[in-house]
Design a protein. Structure first.
Length: 235
């Protein structure tokens, strides 16, 4: 099993009360353009649950056809004299009303991470999602992803976490991993949160990775209205 894709992970800082408007603008108006012009598929556009981290914020995740697909995407966007896709001029102008800026990463999936088509086929979706940024010892991102598959995923599945994706961040010192999992209900999330403190299997996992993981930070996400994982349809 392998996943040949590359992903763009975006953290977008929203202004005022514009989170819902931005998420609709991103999914309804950019999603179809990205797919048609760049073969860039939306995996998800989520709202960050503010009580769990920075707010107001959205998390966007896009799937491209490997490194060459990403290069073609960059050429498409940055070839013009204004370093901006001309077909998106109106889209950017409207988006500017809803957000200040953002922070992006290029992500490389673990082989066992499903593509968006595979995720839809498997019925991966949730009322809430867990999003973790894991800082690992430099050079150990692949090691952690392997340990995640072998040692954590059986425990996570028993607890009620459905893996959407596990990725290492490119263009850093192989020192960061992002893991996104779907949770079917808020009640299930509450049970998982309690298990993180009390379940002996979780404790064993934490001890197992102690020499590899420097730190980790989790937060919760919820679907935008047109999220493919919610509607079952690729934008």
């Amino acid at each position: 099993m392998t996943n040949p894709k590359v992903y763009i992970h975006e953290l977008i800082e929203i202004t005022g009360h514009n989170r819902a408007a931005y998420m609709h603008h991103m999914t309804a108006n950019w999603g179809p353009i990205g797919r048609t012009e760049r073969n860039m598929l939306c995996v998800g556009v989520w709202a960050t649950v503010g009580s769990t981290e920075r707010w107001p914020e959205t998390v966007n995740l896009w799937e491209l056809d490997g490194w060459h697909g990403l290069a073609a995407n960059f050429r498409h966007e940055f070839t013009g004299p204004k370093l901006q896709d001309p077909s998106l001029q109106r889209w950017w102008a409207e988006a500017a009303n809803y957000r200040r800026g953002g922070y992006d990463r290029i992500l490389v999936p673990a082989p066992y991470t499903p593509t968006i088509e595979e995720a839809l086929e498997r019925g991966i979706h949730g009322e809430v999602y867990s999003h973790e940024v894991v800082q690992v010892v430099p050079g150990q991102a692949r090691t952690y992803l392997s340990m995640l598959e072998q040692d954590w995923m059986p425990v996570a599945s028993r607890l009620g976490l459905q893996l959407l994706g596990a990725y290492r961040t490119a263009m850093v010192n192989d020192s960061e991993v992002i893991v996104i999992s779907a949770i079917d209900t808020w009640e299930r999330w509450a049970d998982i949160a309690a298990a993180y403190d009390d379940d002996t299997s979780v404790g064993r996992w934490r001890r197992r990775i102690a020499d590899v993981v420097v730190d980790w930070r989790g937060k919760l996400l919820v679907d935008s209205e047109l999220n493919p994982l919610k509607t079952g349809q690729i934008l």
